[in-house]
Design a protein around this ligand. Sequence first.
Ligand code: FAD
Length: 335
Amino acid sequence: MAEMSLSLDMSRLRGEQGAPEESEQREREMIIVGAGPAGLTAGIYGGRSLLKPLILVGQTLGGQAALTSEMENYPGFPNGVDGMGLSKLMAEQAERFGAQILYEEVTSVDLAVYPFVVKTYGPEFLARSLILCTGTSPRRLGVPGETEFTGHGVSYCATCDAFFYRGKRIVVVGGGDSAIDESLYLTRFVERVTVIHRRDQLRASPILQSRARENAKIDFVWNTVVDEIVGENAVTGVRVHNVQTGETSVIPTDGVFVYAGLIPNTSLFRGQLDLTEEGYIVTDRRQQTSVPGVYAAGDVQDPWYRQTVIAAGAGAAAAIEAERFLAEAAHKARP
Ligand SMILES: Cc1cc2nc3c(=O)[nH]c(=O)nc-3n(C[C@H](O)[C@H](O)[C@H](O)COP(=O)(O)OP(=O)(O)OC[C@H]3O[C@@H](n4cnc5c(N)ncnc54)[C@H](O)[C@@H]3O)c2cc1C
């Protein structure tokens, strides 16, 4: 556990000081970093506990979920729901209960002092409880050509970029749920999708695998890894090698969509919170991190499931626990 002082200014908790305008309030009962399903659901629960949570969005309202073309497994939507639509509804629901959503990216936190300090490119805040829901970012392949062509032939988001590849040939790198789900989505736009996978079978769920196999626009290149993305002014192919035979070749393509795994967004917390070897935030079953009053929820602490419904559930749990932490602290401070 990191050391910290819990010298609470209880007059604040009891609301005895003057009440500045909400937008001016630097000190908050609950600050939620991240506005994906975990953060937004924490916002709904924190709002319903009358804590007026502040949700700091970072780059994307809805997070990875908002970039998902169609979600078929979120309960309550028998015909599926588009990730952006679902995220907007969650945000609306959080605001309805008093959450404030601010489009600011957190640049640093100080968890060794209390209230915790949360800095953004703009305002700086103090948090009496903190819920970290910063999710994950796509893992890059780390091959020559990837950086140069990112945004011009290399993409990590089919929902964002599929439109630009109408009638073209593309490759998808990966074999998990995201790779296959997004390959299926891409077939609505492109002429051909070639899935390049380093193993001889997919990791995606059986239902996605069978859909992909039945889709005439999708073919597979097994046991193969990408070594380079090639082209002059635009992507023209990927240089690959077969991991079993060592044979190299160039697969012609107009674009590359990469689904090679995810990296937790935890660089801000390194050295301040316990992290796993892979960089995920360590929490107990109640979403508590190694610092009392700091909770984490969603993909940032979940390398196992990475599902919207689970992120949302963890966000709810984190907000309930944070509310209990604040109530306990207020109770202890009573004369
Ligand atoms: C291609 C793809 C398809 C998927 N399909 C499905 C599906 O069909 N069904 C399903 O259940 N799940 C699906 N998932 C998984 C699902 O999207 C995630 O499990 C879910 O979004 C995790 O939610 P989260 O809130 O933990 O994190 P995220 O959704 O990743 O949200 C993270 C949030 O943190 C913010 N953030 C990051 N850093 C900062 C910072 N410094 N300051 C402030 N904010 C910050 C981001 O802007 C974002 O708002 C899919 C994922 C991908 C990539």
